[in-house]
Design a protein around this ligand. Structure first.
Ligand code: PFF
Length: 455
């Protein structure tokens, strides 16, 4: 491998802002708009939010920095990045990329549902507030054999089309339009939601912690959500970091990206839960909150179909900027390691991801619904278990051990501060966090996520 040649050919982010938008775009996704509000709804509201915020600061920021630093230092996608520092550790990068590739297979299925919901909202198909009806609309749609597959294909094509354009010309360009668009729509929707009569109960539910609801289950789901929401442990941030120029301020970026992601998660919570409360629905609706409860909420609102379209377009924007990062991790690896042309790699991997997503889509209906894989769950849920309970924590655990102990915090801090040029007051705290706090916390998550599977 000739590194010099590689660097010359390697694309880079065109601007600092472009990189921040793209990285925040990766982080902000279904995790923020779909998972965060329903997890908060299920886990006691404010108490979940407080724990989540604490963990973002303690672990999220720490790992974000570790990934960006590793990528920028080596200028390589994960497997190459680990290999360059310690040959034997290359497989660790592989786990993360495998995780992100498997996630994109089912993330695209859900992305397809979002496109369908935009179409339905446009045609006024949700004109009912009856949750039973809305549930059967949803269940019938995702259970159908063909229609969800078409939408899954459309979503994958959008993802693939952007990734094919490369870093500055594809991902950065798209993120620069999609992210500000998302933010504006989000603010409009939040204002609409919290000005509904009775909305304050939802605001209070989200922001006022009731510590009697605190238990280990809340902490475990909050930490799992921190990884997923910040796109950590999957090699994505290593990859995005590898396209950064050497003078970029990584200390700043490692703070800005988690901050933006957290602001959007809170905005999403403040959009969805107050409306759910104001219009008399149940906040603990779980995964169905977005696809079943929310259409009911919109149906009750003045100009509801307009806001419904706006909302689902926003979710689509967020999902696309995340799915491109998931696919990019695998594409970048194939380009770096196997010297494939980007176009060829993107099309090949996009088609493969689509095909692996097919059983995930079919698992929600009669075709594959009765087939169980892991811990008695269907294919779709099993994929989620493999990525969320196993690969993700494993990759994050090995990454923190690698950066903290194998590569060494001195070298990592030197890279983070551009050789001492950038101020990093918390360098000592960060070193302790990556060496001790992160591995212990992630190890705990890994074990507590795996134990129930063997019961
Ligand atoms: N962070 C994204 C979200 O919150 O939806 C999902 C995601 C993207 C996870 C990229 C992992 C990843 F590598």
């Amino acid at each position: 491998m000739t590194d010099l040649n590689q660097k010359k050919e390697r694309d880079q982010w065109g601007s600092k802002l472009g990189f921040i938008f793209a990285a925040a775009g990766s982080a902000v996704g279904l995790g923020n708009l779909w998972k965060f509000p329903y997890l908060a709804g299920q886990n006691g509201g404010g108490v979940f939010v407080v724990i989540y915020l604490g963990l973002v600061l303690l672990i999220g920021f720490t790992l974000m920095m570790a990934e960006l630093v590793l990528g920028r230092n080596t200028q390589l996608s994960p497997v190459g990045a680990f290999r360059k520092i310690k040959q034997k550790w290359a497989w660790v990068g592989g786990i993360g990329v495998l995780a992100s590739f498997l996630i994109v297979t089912y993330y695209s299925v859900i992305g397809g549902w979002i496109i369908k919901y935009i179409v339905s909202a446009l045609t006024g198909a949700f004109n009912t507030t009856d949750l039973g009806t809305l549930e059967s609309v949803f269940v019938n749609f995702i259970g159908a054999p063909v229609e969800p597959l078409i939408y899954h294909g459309i979503f994958m094509l959008i993802t693939l089309g952007i990734v094919m354009g490369g870093i500055s010309g594809g991902i950065e360009k798209a993120s620069k339009i999609l992210m500000p668009g998302l933010f504006i729509m989000m603010v409009v929707l939040m204002v609409r939601s919290i000005t509904l009569p009775g909305a304050m109960a939802g605001v209070e539910y989200l922001l006022k912690p009731d510590f009697s609801k605190l238990n280990m289950g809340v902490v475990v789901s909050a930490l799992g959500q921190v990884f997923f929401s910040l796109s950590l442990g999957m090699g994505v941030m290593v990859t995005y970091g590898s396209y950064l120029p050497k003078d970029e301020n990584l200390v700043e970026s490692s703070l800005i990206i988690p901050a933006l992601d957290t602001i959007i998660a809170l905005l999403a919570g403040l959009t969805i839960l107050p409306a759910v409360f104001a219009l008399g629905f149940d906040p603990s609706g779980g995964p169905g909150l977005l696809f079943i409860t929310l259409p009911g909420v919109f149906a009750k609102m003045p100009f509801g179909s307009f806001f419904a379209v706006l909302f689902f377009v926003l979710v689509l924007f967020a999902a696309v900027t995340s799915s491109i990062s998931l696919l990019e991790a695998a594409v970048s690896l194939t380009v770096d390691q196997f010297k494939w042309e980007r176009k060829k790699a993107t099309i090949g991997l996009g088609i493969l991801a689509f095909l692996i997503g097919v059983p995930s889509s079919l698992a929600n209906g009669p075709v594959l619904g009765n087939m169980t894989f892991i811990a008695g769950t269907n294919f779709f849920d099993s994929m989620g278990i493999i990525t969320d309970n196993l690969l993700l924590p494993l990759a994050a655990l090995t990454l923190s051990i690698f950066v903290g102990w194998v590569w060494g915090t001195d070298k990592a801090v030197a890279e983070a501060t551009n050789g001492g040029k950038v101020k990093f007051a918390l360098a000592k705290t960060w070193s302790i966090a990556i060496k001790y706090v992160a591995p212990i916390a992630i190890g705990y998550i890994l074990i507590s996520g795996l134990i129930p599977l063997f019961k």
